[in-house]
Design a protein around this ligand. Structure first.
Ligand code: UT7
Length: 320
């Protein structure tokens, strides 16, 4: 079984924060951030809630797919978390859309969109006709420590959505997880039980071993792309486009070099987007779709890596 993507959507918050803006409160520079990451600016949720951007991206995708929300059979929301622990973000999107289908969040960090596609594929494999909304959303600005220059400059907020239904666009998909708390950790508040001492309470912000994640990412992109192209019965060179998780331009360039593929096959949007976690790949997909850059029959690979540590990659034919 497989699926087809029949619509895409995205939303970025209004507030744009440039590298220069960050120098007002962090010991950093535009040149350091640009040369180490390729990032110049990012969008941050100040006026918007996480639900606001999730809803806008969902509406855009449903309009693009020409689907009435009432006809959705499932909403899957890959996210590190919405505005509330419960209701899930997927349930809040469902309510705001006026949909009546089941809805749930999944957490696979930056690999979330590819994990979401795999879950959708599993549902569609039952053979029943279904229309599924995958809405990948993260507001990393609420999870990073804005006094930590080694992480705050990298991350950003956004939402990217896809509507999928029974079809045959998916050629291969592969997910992986290698549990590792040290490389990328966002501790949770542990409550205020009087039996807990102050020192047991974790700092609730993102902590990352950047160089470790960097090395993991390049290896993951190369291994996963080799695997999903082999599983799809094609050569790496047959891919028309590769949409990698937008974390760092140098990671993408490093993978391209190791795979001996030209950079023009890799889509880069990190410059004005930063690392939007689960939203990064569907944000790019929607941008390409809306600008007419995806042609029927194109072979596209998605490749993601992130906290967990998780990875996910797939090969798709574009048919919309
Ligand atoms: O979605 C997945 C999530 N994570 C990632 O994709 C992150 C993967 N890792 C990376 O992208 C890179 O490792 C970073 C961009 C995070 C860091 O780049 P790096 O080339 O690995 O730098 P580094 O961590 O080795 O730090 C080099 C220097 C250090 O100074 P010293 O010790 O050499 O004096 C840092 O303190 O750069 C310093 N530094 C900064 N300087 C100015 C770290 N952050 C900054 C900053 N501005 N923002």
């Amino acid at each position: 079984m497989s699926f087809s993507i029949i619509g895409t959507g995205s939303a970025l918050p209004k507030t744009i924060q440039t590298n220069s803006d960050l120098t007002a409160f962090l010991d950093t520079s535009h040149d350091w951030i640009l040369s180490r990451t390729g990032i110049e600016a990012r969008h941050i949720c100040i006026e918007e809630s996480i639900l606001d951007i999730a809803f806008t991206a969902s509406i855009n995708a449903l309009e693009n797919a020409d689907i009435n929300p009432k006809h959705l059979d499932l909403i899957i929301c890959p996210t590190l978390g919405g505005d509330t622990i419960t209701p899930s973000l997927a349930c809040l999107v469902q309510e705001k859309l006026g949909a009546t289908c089941p809805a749930f969040d999944i957490n696979a960090a930056c690999s979330g969109f590819v994990y979401g596609l795999d879950v959708a594929d599993a549902y569609l494999s039952r053979g029943k006709p279904m229309t599924i909304l995958i809405i990948a959303v993260d507001a990393m600005s609420k999870l990073v420590d804005w006094t930590d220059r080694s992480t705050a400059v990298l991350f950003a907020d956004g939402a990217g959505a896809a509507v999928v239904t029974n079809g045959d666009d998916l050629k291969s998909i592969y997910l992986s997880a290698v549990g590792n708390q040290h490389a990328l950790d966002i501790p949770w508040a542990k409550g205020n039980h009087p039996g807990l001492s102050e020192k047991e309470l974790p700092i609730p912000y993102l902590i990352m071993d950047g160089p470790e994640v960097y090395r993991f990412a390049i290896t993951a992109i190369c291994d996963d792309l080799r695997r999903v192209t082999r599983d799809a019965g094609i050569a790496l060179e047959d891919l028309d486009l590769i949409i990698p998780h937008q974390a760092n331009q140098r990671i993408i360039e490093g993978a391209a070099k190791r795979l001996k593929l030209p950079m023009k096959k890799f889509v880069l949007r990190v410059k004005n987007q930063g690392n939007t976690s689960a939203a990064s790949i569907p944000l790019v997909l929607d941008d390409l779709n809306r600008h007419g850059q995806l042609k029927p029959g194109m072979l596209i690979a998605l490749t993601a890596f992130g906290g967990g540590l998780t990875t996910g990659a797939c090969v798709l034919t574009w048919s919309k």
